[in-house]
Design a protein around this ligand. Structure first.
Ligand code: CMX
Length: 425
């Protein structure tokens, strides 16, 4: 038994006991009330989901199991997965054991590549990722065990096995999608000497003489790992998983939501904005010129990409982490310098406009500029990077859901007629 499984098997009984106790004491307490406005408005602010892996604090940003994300930037993504799942960071031996498990899988079979290569060239990389994950579904141990007959308290075990298998294969799958989609050349096989994130960077095949791109990838994978459970991809994964669909079906479903322009695509829009500024001014404009450019953008009815947030009310610490990385390693890059100057200019512009609840940068304000700097210039691939990272949160939430026996998701719906009859005169 892997150490991760052993540890989880000790934690689960305590967690179940705690939940039973809480249900017994507070089962009838009201958590949140829902207005018709909220029901129509995407359930904003309605406390109606449990999430053990992380919380998003309006002022402090993402907090993973009690650790502010900014304190995790020097950790490996696989350490963060361990933290998401178990609520504690791994020690040296535990990390090595987990890394050994992640490296123990054979490379993906050829049929997966045949499926992906058979798709027309204009297939979006996110569609390829979702199809690729579904092509792996036949590996599901959860489905096999369920078909054979399995008791509910045991569901978490094969869900964990599937989650780790999928996690282990994701870098190879995602990097292969990059190679196929961009036509950059042959697929690159995993290097068993590398860590999970370093291997992903290696298999993308971009020149990386100093290993900085690999460092950026590790950081990227850590920063996008999770964001509570109410966002589109996390909630979709949870809903699909609640029907006891396995991890492959569930994560593929969640990533289809991440592919939407309101969720995971914003980073590419932010980079397009930076490049537009760079092209217009043939370099880095003055702060005055930038301010005018932003005012003109707002006047034309557009938003400033990478700024504002539905929950956060301060600078997103994930932006701070990328900004710090850029200041350290890409200070001369003109696109990055525009990121830096926008950070000085945009909050004042948005405060002056008086509409945005947060005038501060979110995670998407800087990440694209860094990827661009290191030669990852295919915008439409960026959401795949996000997806590989976010899979850590989705999978750990799935395992926990099966561990605590979360039932099938089934809120009640009402019709407009019901609203009229219930609230009308
Ligand atoms: N530029 C211009 N106007 C903005 C703005 C921005 N960056 N951010 C918010 N506003 C405007 C909104 O469009 C809204 O205007 P209307 O009242 O005319 O509709 C008003 O300010 C109030 O919006 P809000 O309550 O502050 O923000 P929302 O929760 O509705 O939306 C978000 C949040 C992120 C969609 C919005 O800030 C935005 O469009 N930002 C730019 C796009 C972006 O960076 N998206 C990435 C989000 C990253 C993430 O979610 O993780």
């Amino acid at each position: 038994m892997s150490k991760i499984k052993e540890k989880l098997s000790h934690k689960i009984p305590q967690l179940r006991e705690e939940i039973q106790e809480l249900l017994k004491n507070y089962g009838d307490k009201v958590v949140s009330e829902v207005t018709f406005q909220q029901m129509f408005g995407g359930m904003r602010g309605v406390k109606s989901l449990l999430c053990e892996t992380s919380i998003v604090d309006p002022d402090k940003g993402l907090i993973v199991r009690g650790h502010p994300i900014i304190e995790l930037v020097d950790r490996l993504p696989e350490e963060v997965f361990y933290l998401l799942l178990l609520g504690e960071l791994p020690g040296k031996a535990e990390l090595e054991d987990f890394q050994k498990t992640l490296k123990s899988y054979d490379p993906l079979e050829d049929y997966v590549w045949k499926v992906l290569k058979a798709l027309p060239k204009d297939t979006h990389p996110m569609a390829m990722l979702s199809i690729g994950i579904l092509a792996l579904e036949r590996k599901s141990i959860f489905r096999k065990k369920y078909d054979e007959g399995m008791h509910k308290p045991d569901y978490w075990d094969p869900m964990l096995e599937d989650s780790i298998t999928l996690l282990a294969h994701l870098p190879e799958l995602a990097a292969g999608i990059y190679r196929i989609h961009t036509g950059k050349g042959d697929l690159i096989k995993p290097d068993k000497n590398l860590d999970w994130g370093g291997n992903y960077a290696y298999m993308l095949g971009l020149p990386d003489p100093k290993g900085r791109f690999a460092d950026l990838m590790r950081l990227y994978l850590v920063l996008h790992c999770d964001h509570e459970s109410g966002n589109v991809s996390a909630m979709t994964t949870h809903v699909v998983g609640s029907a006891l669909s396995d991890a492959y079906y569930s994560v593929s479903g969640g990533l289809n939501g991440l592919a939407g322009p309101l969720h995971g695509l914003a980073n590419q829009e932010s980079l397009a904005f930076l490049r537009e500024i760079h092209d217009k001014f043939k370099g880095v404009p003055s702060d005055e010129q930038l301010k005018q450019f932003c005012l003109d953008t707002l006047k034309s009815g557009k938003v400033i990409p990478g700024y504002g947030h539905a929950v956060l009310r301060q600078t997103d610490p994930r932006f701070t982490a990328f900004h710090n990385f850029g200041l350290k390693h890409c200070g001369h890059d003109e696109i990055f310098r525009i990121v830096d100057r926008l950070f000085a200019v945009v909050p004042g512009v948005l405060i002056g406009q008086g509409k945005a609840k947060s005038p501060y940068p979110n995670v998407d304000a800087g990440s694209g500029a860094l990827l661009w700097h290191y030669g990852l210039k295919e915008f439409d691939y960026y959401t795949v990077l996000f997806g590989v990272s976010r899979a850590m949160g989705l999978l750990s939430q799935l395992v926990i859901s099966r561990a605590i026996g979360a039932p099938i998701f089934r809120p009640k719906s009402v019709s407009l007629d019901w609203v009229k009859k219930t609230f009308g005169a």
